[in-house]
Ligand binder design. Structure first.
Ligand SMILES: [Fe+2]
Ligand SMILES: [Fe+2]
Length: 475
């Protein structure tokens, strides 16, 4: 089961050829996917040869094969991590029962909703990033962008397989609709807010892949615990791809900071105007981008108090991050969780049943994980002898979803009046001027081994190739 059959029209390790009706349905969806890619995939890229990895096996080590590929010919397919024998549901009311290999009737609507919501984020991010190739700071970065894009396309395939295989006609309609919505479209937008924002420049791209792809990691990790075994297995394999996306983000921001720090030391200044004149992105602007992407991303976890989240957990559809490593009863009926609330202009804690706080539980795990990487960015500043430190804002800052929607809170967690917010917003969130400045630095660097002035080269290349390898051939 773990080897992938590439001789078929749709590469897969799910014995697709044994289910003719399913195979036919997916083969009908395939050209629609390709025309979506042609229309909404990376702009102008269709003739390029790109040094990409393709999955050759779903086994833990060495699943990737690297070669030049024209992206429309990328072998998108259906890959599931091999199943465990006699796997049991390990949380919620069905704990101890055999994992489901088909969709239980009573959970059908919720499971479909979970799969569609996850599936919708995948093409959305490709749409958000589709112009970035025109301004890539190097061939190395351009290749990484394209790798992320083709893998998000494959993640869409992963969810579409589940819809086609397990949800009949409704599933096929949902799969069509996933190609119909458009990021940022007024009439037919993507489902979640952050996936309708723009990713207009490369600093935004690195922040997105650091913060928002990490939301992907946490959502997928929670689904990898699912009692619905096919969902658990498909999201497990998606997680192996997600790791690279977050690497692109973390190393990307790190390289931007490294370059800025270098120029600060060369010029002996932290003066924003002087640094901008020298063509690097000043640290306060990087911090404002961080504040934006972080706050928009933590909204993706949903309302802090949610009966849907309780149902998803209790019915065994969606677990916690690393559910299997926790040593409580995995039912949580008796557990409480402390949520933040606003009372008389102050943030206060209140205790609620943990089941109703499952979104917050996942968000808090996410927050811990994202802070770790910010610490690594600060090491770059420390090493350069610069005092500035990046921080993640308070979790109530700039929220649109849940308890804090409509409350103005500063990055350090003070509840503000509308006037205080308005007076300070431009120091906390990237302004149109910041974005225009960053945009002014963007321009394609297409010579192997050359990098735009505002970013440091990476420490090493892809797949042990040198940094000056020709990662993309434009032809
Ligand atoms: Fe993804
Ligand atoms: Fe991703």
């Amino acid at each position: 089961m773990s080897s992938i059959n590439y001789s078929e029209k749709i590469p897969n390790n799910v014995n697709l050829a044994d289910d003719r009706a399913l195979q036919r349905a997916l083969e009908q969806w395939q050209p629609n996917f390709l025309s979506w890619w042609g229309e909404m995939g990376p702009e102008g890229s269709h003739g390029y040869d790109v040094y990409l990895r393709t999955a050759v096996s779903v086994d833990a080590g060495g699943w990737a094969h690297f070669d030049y590929v024209k992206m429309p010919a990328y072998r998108w397919g259906i890959f599931l991590t091999p199943g465990e024998q006699d796997r049991k549901i390990h949380f919620g009311e069905h704990k101890g029962e055999t994992a489901w290999h088909d969709v239980p009737g009573e959970h059908r609507a919720n499971l479909r909703r979970i799969i569609v919501t996850q599936g919708d984020t995948e093409p959305a991010s490709v749409e958000q990033q589709r112009h970035l190739g025109l301004t890539a700071p190097s061939l190395y970065d351009l290749r990484n962008l394209f790798q992320v894009n083709v893998e998000e396309g494959r993640h869409l395939w992963a969810m579409v397989y589940l819809l086609h295989r397990y949800f009949g006609r409704d599933g096929r309609e949902e799969a069509e609709a996933l190609l119909g919505r458009r990021s940022g479209d007024e009439d037919n937008p993507r489902i979640l807010g952050a996936f309708n924002e723009q990713t207009p420049d490369w600093l935004a791209f690195y922040m997105f892949t650091y913060f928002t792809d990490r939301d992907g990691k946490f959502q997928l990790s929670a689904l990898a615990e699912s009692g619905f075994d096919p969902l658990a297995r498909t999201t497990k394999f998606m997680l192996t791809e997600e790791a690279h996306h977050m690497f692109v983000g973390e190393s990307g921001v790190s390289r931007v900071i490294q370059r800025t720090a270098q120029v600060m030391n060369e010029l002996g200044t932290d003066d924003v105007a002087k640094l901008r004149a020298a063509g690097v992105i000043d640290l306060p602007t990087i911090q404002r981008y961080l504040n934006f992407h972080y706050s928009v991303t933590i909204d993706l976890f949903g309302a802090d108090h949610s009966s849907n989240a309780a149902t998803f957990y209790s019915s065994g559809l969606k677990g916690r991050y690393e559910e299997g490593k926790r040593d409580d009863d995995h039912r949580l009926n008796e557990h409480g969780y402390r949520l933040l609330d606003v009372q008389d202009g102050r943030l206060v804690e209140r205790e609620v049943p943990m089941l109703n706080a499952m979104n917050e539980v996942l968000r808090d795990d996410y927050i811990k994980d994202s802070i770790a990487g910010v610490g690594r960015w600060n090491k770059v500043l420390e090493k350069a002898g610069i005092d500035f430190r990046m921080t993640v804002p308070h979790k109530a800052f700039n929220r649109q979803i849940g308890t804090f929607a409509g409350t103005r809170v500063s990055p350090d967690g003070r509840v503000l009046s509308e006037a205080e917010w308005a007076a300070n917003e431009a120091t906390w969130l990237a302004t149109p001027q910041d974005r225009a400045f960053v945009a002014s630095l963007m321009g394609r660097v297409a010579e192997p081994g050359k990098f735009a002035n505002w970013i440091a080269p990476p420490a090493m290349g892809v797949n042990r190739q040198p940094v000056d390898f020709e990662y993309v051939r434009f032809n």
